[in-house]
Design a protein around this ligand. Structure first.
Ligand SMILES: [Zn+2]
Length: 169
């Protein structure tokens, strides 16, 4: 198996947070970004935590809900259908959880913007998502050529923790 086929891992230096992105999930993200044709797009990360709650594994991602607003350098994720989706996942035998958000930065700017951080901190505090430590995953650059993934955890008490990627480019 080549590096290209394997999962991408992210971790914090102190071992408190980890994230695993299977190859298929990365491919789905690249496909959704390509379909958006160069404007920002995004969606939600869904999956599970390990029993110590130190590592999240993304099982699937959604694309943008229909009421999302796309701009060249800004994406406001809509909420249409979101609650129904979260309820459905919760009720499934193999529970899946809301883990956080992902979006595309068409320009190669891998860091979250100040707006991105504010949005994540609102999510961390919101009861709707029941997620105290949501992850923000950003795909930056061209989805067909030279892209980079970065992950940041934003906690309910206002901490912003960038994760280190295992992917070597
Ligand atoms: Zn952003």
């Amino acid at each position: 198996m080549s590096e290209q086929d394997s999962a991408i891992g992210f971790y914090s230096g102190d071992g408190r947070f980890g994230l695993e992105l299977p190859h298929g999930v990365v491919q789905d993200i690249l496909r959704i970004c390509q379909a958006a044709g160069g404007i920002e797009t995004g969606g939600i990360l869904l999956g599970q935590y390990n029993s110590e709650h130190t590592r999240a594994t993304v099982h699937n991602v959604t694309g943008p809900p229909p009421d999302s607003q796309h701009f060249f350098a800004r994406f406001l994720r809509g909420v249409a259908g979101l609650q129904e989706l979260l309820d459905r996942l919760w009720n499934k035998k193999e529970k899946r959880f809301y883990l956080g958000e992902w979006h595309h930065h068409p320009l190669p700017i891998p860091a979250p913007s100040p707006d991105d951080i504010v949005q994540m901190q609102e999510i961390a505090k919101s009861d709707r998502y029941a997620c105290r430590e949501p992850i923000l995953l950003i795909l930056s650059g061209s989805p067909t050529m030279d892209w980079q993934l970065t992950a940041t955890v934003c906690t309910r008490n206002g901490e912003v923790c960038p994760l280190i990627s295992s992917r070597r480019s």
